[in-house]
Design a binder for this molecule. Structure first.
Ligand code: DGJ
Length: 729
């Protein structure tokens, strides 16, 4: 059992295989305090951690200094207005306009498994040991009950937290902020690691020292975003990729969020993650419950590598669902970079014919097949096939593609509406906008008000009709602009602050309908590249398009940052044509293949027009995919070297669960005179096993490959790469 309550000491102990998390009750007022989170400890009698021996004493002994107590106490879920001047996790407003809230422990339950969070994506118990602790706290003045939920996943060292807030009174309570988790950590100097970027430059890692005060990341875009990522790691001083204490938190949520750390006057660190509160306000009626998104906490004493390992296994086992959860994905060819909007049935079939001969397994028809969409400025919301382009209709096209032995997939952007669309002409009020104020446009489009069930239903009916009309086996769900001008013509004035979160609930509702009604369809999420690559989306789709930047070299940093949290099987990665459409660089076709093999693998080019020497390589690349995909999808991933740090070469490795096999990918970004071979220290091998480099006679022991290193010769040139397959002898 991963959760124990020690009644005499009034301590909860949550244990995973390698970590312990302790919560204690303090004073007669039952304050709930955070005691410890870190490497697993046997002890539970840790009342001393409450620091109640330090002055000031607990309020029952020293009421005149209550506020000094509250401003230093490591509160498990701090509230606003009572004299804890650090950031509150919960901020409410009563019907009288007061904002004071104080929570005390009331009761708790411990049970095996895990409940669903209504309306939200969340982890599930699946196989393995999972137990849940629910601690009920209460503010008797507000009649507000707050349930803190902790699900403990023993094997993967993850604790999933969320909060449920119930109004048990007779008056309305307004929630102004409701974080998913708060964690008051010890006074250790930490560094924060976060992921940042822009369109076509997603998830570049950044590391910086925490200073006194408030520091964090956020999204107010209505999506998790290209710019920041709903994740933060705190690294204890000296922690590296391979060693030291690292704490991770990420949200299972795809909308507005805030994750920050606040270093107090006493150098303690309050760490919080949850819904962003500037665009949030929720009217909680008597009898109603509000559910926060889930936060996934992990701790590793083996550096960032340990954190990555925990998140990868957790996401594979407890977030991703559906038919393709553990399956190899069909190799697809997508026509976006091949044709953009300029295609018809004949063109698509010419691509499919050539692709099928080369071993590609699925044609994906991207943007431009519906309404009058010949450019990006019309028709979103009109999900009817454009028969001028698809002569003979969709089913005829799909039948022809199927006859070639290929599957067929299709693109949608369900959350959007073009002002130039029949949908907008019929329902202008379906767009998110403030009445009387022209909403800001991005990519010439507006966002549909998915807080309204009739809007979600309207789009669903159209999508369902399309998906029923032909043998469609894959859907790419795109989202190409952030939200702005938050206004809903259906919500009453006092509920307008609920729009951003209700919008997300509508998106999740539609994705759930899609995967329930069409369980065999492979869903791939996307958002102008990778602006919505998060654990929330992975609950619906086992893969997400990683970035619109398909340049093999730029992809190194993007995929490195993404793979710090997410398994390789989730990263949409394609070989595209050169000069690369996003950055104009030319790289060898072979290198593009090596980089795409580290993701879902597919093509994004006009296979009828690329150079013959490139086309000729496709069957060999496909053979590599078939040879290595099980290993890449299921194996353990290790980052060996990073071109973002050394500017010369990049290297990652995948090791099979039984450690009998490993694949090392080496990309030489810059060659140069005088550079000789390098030794790279591998990871994750069995020290006592012997491995042969495929294609060579030499064998090496696992320990020499890990501690002395594998010698990689200079490959002569820039942007060149090499796959090294190690097999146990
Ligand atoms: C953005 C996506 O990231 C691209 O792959 C493509 O689907 C375009 N949208 C289509 O508009």
């Amino acid at each position: 059992m991963g959760i124990t309550y020690f009644e005499q000491d009034r301590i909860f102990k949550l244990d995973t295989m390698h970590t312990s998390y302790l919560i204690g009750l303090a004073d007669e007022e039952n304050f709930l305090g955070h005691l410890f989170y870190g490497r697993r400890i046997a002890e539970h009698g840790l009342a001393c951690f409450l620091r109640t021996e330090e002055k000031p004493f607990v309020p029952s002994k020293n009421e005149r200094e209550r506020i000094s107590f509250l401003d230093a106490f490591p509160m498990e879920y701090p509230t606003h207005g009572i004299g804890d001047y650090r950031e509150a996790a919960l901020r409410v407003r009563s019907k009288d306009g007061h904002r004071v809230c104080s929570l005390s422990y009331v009761s708790h339950v411990i049970f095996q498994g895990k409940k669903k969070i209504p309306g939200l994506p969340a982890s599930f118990a699946g196989e393995g040991n999972c137990s849940t602790l629910e601690i009920t706290c209460r503010d008797p003045h507000l009649n507000l009950t707050v349930v803190l939920s902790y699900s403990v996943f023993e094997e993967t060292d993850v604790i999933a937290r969320h909060v449920e807030i119930e109004n048990e009174g007779e008056d309305i309570v307004i929630l102004e902020k409701a974080a998913s988790m708060s964690l008051d950590m010890d006074n250790r100097p930490f560094e924060a690691l976060t992921l940042h970027g822009s369109w076509a430059r997603e998830r570049h890692a950044e590391r910086r020292k925490l200073g006194t005060g408030y520091q964090g990341i956020t999204s107010r875009r209505g999506e998790s975003g290209h710019q920041d990522h709903p994740f933060m790691a705190l690294l204890a001083e000296g922690a590296t990729r391979e060693s030291g204490d690292v704490y991770g938190v990420q949200l299972v949520y795809s909308g507005n969020y805030d994750i920050h750390a606040e270093v107090s006057q006493f150098a303690s660190v309050r760490w919080q993650a949850g819904l962003e509160d500037e665009d949030f306000c929720w009217m909680l009626e008597p009898g109603q419950r509000f559910y926060t998104p889930e936060a996934l906490l992990t701790f590793s004493h083996t550096g960032l590598d340990g954190m990555t390992k925990n998140y990868h296994s957790f996401i594979r086992q407890h977030i991703i669902r559906g038919k393709y959860k553990d399956r190899k994905r069909p190799i697809l060819i997508n026509n976006w970079e091949a044709t953009y909007f300029d295609f018809d049935t004949k063109k698509l079939l010419s691509i499919a014919e050539e692709a099928s001969k080369l071993g590609i397994e699925m044609l994906v028809m991207d943007d431009g097949w519906f309404g009058k969409r010949n450019w990006d400025d019309s028709s979103l919301g009109d999900w009817q096939v454009n028969e001028e382009k698809l002569q003979g209709g969709l089913s005829a096209l799909v039948e022809e593609v199927n006859k070639l032995g290929m599957k067929f997939g299709i693109w949608f952007e369900p959350e959007m509406i073009s002002p130039d669309s029949d949908l907008y002409r019929t329902h202008p009020d379906w767009a998110i906008a403030v009445p009387g104020r022209a909403p800001g446009m991005a990519r010439a489009q507006l966002v549909l008000d998915f807080s309204r069930p009739e809007v979600v239903d309207g789009i669903w009916k159209q999508m369902e009709a399309v998906l029923e009309s032909a043998n469609i086996e894959y859907v790419k769900w795109d989202m190409n602009r952030p939200l702005s001008d938050l206004g809903s013509s259906a919500l009453p004035p006092e509920r307008q602050g609920e729009l951003a979160h209700r919008y997300m609930l509508g998106v999740y509702e539609l994705q759930e309908r899609l995967v329930t009604r069409f369980p065999d369809i492979l869903l791939e999420n996307c958002s102008g590249g990778g602006a919505r690559f998060d654990a929330g989306m992975l609950y619906y789709s086992p893969q997400i398009w990683c970035s619109d930047d398909t340049d093999a070299i730029e992809r190194l940093a993007i995929q490195e940052g993404t793979a710090m949290l997410y398994p390789l099987s989730t990263m949409g990665a394609h070989v595209s044509d050169c000069p690369n459409h996003a950055v104009g660089r030319t790289t060898p076709f072979e290198t593009r293949g090596y980089v795409a093999l580290a993701g879902t693998f597919g093509y994004e080019l006009d296979v009828t027009r690329i150079p013959e020497e490139d086309r000729a390589q496709i069957p060999d690349q496909i053979a590599l995919y078939h040879k290595y995909n099980d290993l890449i999808r299921q194996g353990e991933y290790y980052r060996i070297a990073s071109a973002s740090e050394n500017h010369l070469y990049d290297c990652w490795q995948v090791v099979s669960a039984d450690q009998k096999e490993s694949l090392v990918t080496w990309i030489q970004v810059l060659g140069g005179a005088g550079r000789r071979s390098r030794f790279v220290r591998l990871k994750g091998l069995a020290p006592e096993k012997r491995y042969r480099v495929e294609g060579e006679e030499r064998t090496f022991s696992g320990d020499s490959l890990m501690y002395a290193g594998l010698q990689i010769p200079d490959l002569k040139g820039d942007f060149v790469g090499k796959l090294i397959h190690l097999v146990q002898v």
